[in-house]
Design a protein around this ligand. Structure first.
Ligand code: TLP
Length: 339
């Protein structure tokens, strides 16, 4: 099987497993795990923030981000296709008692006018607009980069109107690899940032929330409350540290393979959108049937936004897998033409 469902499906490499085996560990709830502490410092440095907090998943770091930036009854502004809205099981309402207000925007980008128009005036009838969440790269938009200037403009509008800004940067290093712009440049416009080591970077688990010391202090308490305080977590944090140190630069290979995949699919007659990073969206009339047919041909993929299938390249995908995936998709069009 060629597994293009997500960049979360990768297995730890030999080097990563060795780093895990050799990691010094301690009780991280007491702040005594040297590997977790090193990872948190390293990632804070990469993102240009004062501090960072290690947690099991990107969903958890996003939700801690929502929690520390809001109070119950507040309103959070975010793109209608954002991961926090679409794929996090209603957690903002469940865990933080906030209301989400979704906004439209091409390619996951929210423009300043849209943000401004959505911020509520001070009035007892209205919820308080408290937080703007932005996502880079944008998952449902097909791994699109949020252009730095647009990002700065949306964030500046939010700050002028008294909102905090959270960046869901689960695939922020894909944006860095695609543009050559350091991840920290986007982070400079956000109060809190979540990044994942378990997506394109190939760690089996792990995400970090970065921000200023005070906010990350609050985040540490929220992580405990959400059940994310782990003990000898260095054993897994070592994999994340290895991923950040060794697998960032190679993301460009995933992007090149995604471009080759899209080109091959187009040649086979599909409407495959040109990827900027590692996610390829293919417009199909019946995504579910298409995905089933593809699986029968030995290729796994997932639904993307409505009307699209999503194929994702990652650390465990080689050039030959791209060729095989294109051939598999071509067999489906061929047999569809025959029937
Ligand atoms: N995304 C997963 C699925 O949940 C859809 C995927 O396969 O793409 N932010 C963004 C932008 C994400 O894409 C994801 C994972 C997360 C947050 C959540 O990360 P985890 O899975 O670690 O909770």
């Amino acid at each position: 099987m060629i597994d293009l469902r997500s960049d979360t499906v990768t297995r730890p490499t030999e080097g990563m497993r060795r780093a895990m085996l050799e990691a010094p560990v301690g009780d991280d709830v007491f702040g005594e795990d040297p590997t977790v502490n090193r990872l948190e410092e390293y990632v804070a440095g990469l993102l240009g923030k004062e501090a960072a907090l290690y947690a099991p998943s990107g969903t958890m770091t996003n939700q801690i981000g929502v929690h520390v930036n809001t109070k119950r009854g507040d309103e959070v502004l975010l793109h209608e296709g954002s991961h926090i809205f679409v794929y996090e099981a209603g957690a903002p309402a469940m865990l933080s008692g906030v209301q989400l207000r979704t906004l439209p925007g091409e390619n996951g980008v929210l423009d300043p006018e849209t943000v401004k128009a959505a911020v509520r005036p001070e009035d007892v009838h209205f919820p308080r607009s408290r937080l703007l969440c932005l996502e880079n790269t944008h998952n449902t938009a097909g791994g699109k980069v949020f252009p730095l200037e647009d990002f700065a403009a949306a964030a500046a509008t939010a700050k002028e109107l008294g909102l905090e800004v959270h960046l869901d940067g689960a695939r922020l290093f894909n944006a860095q690899a695609a543009t050559g712009i350091p991840a920290s440049e986007w982070c400079a416009y956000a109060d809190t940032v979540s990044v994942c080591s378990s997506k394109g970077l190939g760690a089996p688990v792990g995400s970090l929330l970065a921000g200023d010391e005070e906010t990350i202090g609050k985040a540490r308490r929220a992580r405990k409350a959400f059940g994310g305080g782990m003990r000898q977590a260095g054993i897994i944090a070592a994999a994340s540290l290895y991923a950040f140190e060794n697998h960032v630069d190679r993301l460009a290979e995933d992007h090149a393979r995604a471009r080759a995949l899209a080109a091959g699919l187009r040649e086979a007659g599909y409407d495959a959108r040109e990827p900027e990073t590692n996610l390829v969206l293919v417009a199909v009339h019946k995504p579910f049937e298409f995905l089933q047919a593809l699986a029968r041909e030995g290729v796994l993929a997932t639904p993307g936004k409505p009307g699209f299938a999503r194929l994702c390249t990652h650390l465990d995908v080689e050039d030959k897998d791209i060729d095989a995936a294109v051939e598999a998709a071509a067999r489906i069009t061929a047999s569809a033409t025959r029937s």
